[in-house]
Design a protein around this ligand. Structure first.
Ligand code: 4NP
Length: 155
């Protein structure tokens, strides 16, 4: 079982989309996909309505998801931890206990643009276009992740 965690700040806009997209591209047997936020503002909340709407437009239902906060135990549970931006990276890696924990963490867009540490911009304060752009970036990154995972090459 390979386990992948998507992380953003609120766990209501970007990482729920990433979770929904990746889940839709992988067989459920053999893979676990989850998401979390580094912040605690939206624990127990549904994804943002705009993420729900964009996901629905592309055929995905993400309304089973509820916000939760990233915790140090996630380093034990997950093999791969994808962050959306630099502050997510810093907030996650500062909880790391050892180099192995840190080695699990990567910027999701590094799957498309290796080693460039590009961010998926936070669409929270913008309009629906930002959520569309977020979906497209994450969809492209998830295609690369899926290819790697299905080849058994997770690094
Ligand atoms: P996300 O967007 O990190 O993509 O879920 C945000 C959602 C909510 C907040 C910040 C970012 N907030 O401050 O409540």
């Amino acid at each position: 079982m390979t386990k992948v965690l998507m992380v953003c700040l609120g766990n209501i806009c970007r990482s729920p989309l990433a979770e929904g997209i990746l889940k839709s591209k992988l067989p459920s047997s053999g893979f676990k996909v989850d998401s979390a936020g580094t912040g605690n503002y939206h624990i127990g909340d549904l994804p943002d309505q705009r993420s729900i709407d964009v996901a629905k437009k592309y055929g995905l239902d993400i309304t089973d998801q509820r916000g939760r906060q990233f915790s140090v135990r996630d380093f034990d549970e997950f093999d791969l931890i994808y962050v959306m931006d630099k502050s997510n990276f810093e907030n996650v890696t500062k909880l790391a206990r050892n180099p192995e924990d840190i080695s699990k963490v990567n910027y999701i867009l590094n799957e498309i643009y290796p080693n460039q540490n590009h961010s998926v911009p936070d669409p929270y304060t913008g309009g629906l276009q930002g959520f569309e752009a977020t979906f497209k970036m994450l969809d492209e990154a998830c295609d690369v992740i899926v290819k790697k995972l299905l080849k058994g090459n997770i690094n």
